[in-house]
Design a protein around this ligand. Sequence first.
Ligand code: CA
Length: 229
Amino acid sequence: MEVAIVEDEPKLVALLNDYLLNEGYSTRLYSDGSEALQQLQSSLPDLILLDLMLPGTDGLTICKEIRKSSQVPIIMLTARVDEIDRLLGLEIGADDYICKPFSPREVVARVKAVMRRAVPAGDSVGSATDDLTISENTAQMMFNDKSAALTSVELMLLKTLIGQTGRIFSRNQLMTRIYPDNRVVSDRTIDSHVKKLRQKIQALDSSREYIHSVYGIGYKYEVEEAGKT
Ligand code: CA
């Protein structure tokens, strides 16, 4: 799981970074708001810790911009309690707010809580727009009355992609989800798992395409009629 820390106070960044790495998260660090927005828009992490006052683009604007296209969890960091009330009133779409000064331990706890809420719960995961579903208990995916067995890697891969329909995952992000033990695998390993998964889906439903490659970035799940892309 990857957390982006968007914060311009170096000491705070170092502290948060240490704690998150220690908890097994990978991190991306940005101290400038404009750079952060640009980078985050081209590739999203699993969660964003976002300071309100930043050089370049401020946290409020960054949050609003990201919300136009993504529901990635965002935790806002602010130096003033009264700011939180104002932010809540603006309904900018952040998932949580933390007031400075905070303990890094508290931040990590909030990160975990927000991540838990963001991950779809229950056994069957399917997006609202299609009828491909997966069962973790039986390691199968189902389409109408047909089903196909999945390997554990394919199951994790499909669960990750289907859980956030439309979101583009980098190969790296997919790897950290599929192999939680941080083992090093090559990009081609992911590509070959995706290829096999696509073949299995194709056998269930050849009229539509589900997993799309996004050139230079990675993969996303979106149901489209075959031949459109
Ligand atoms: Ca700041």
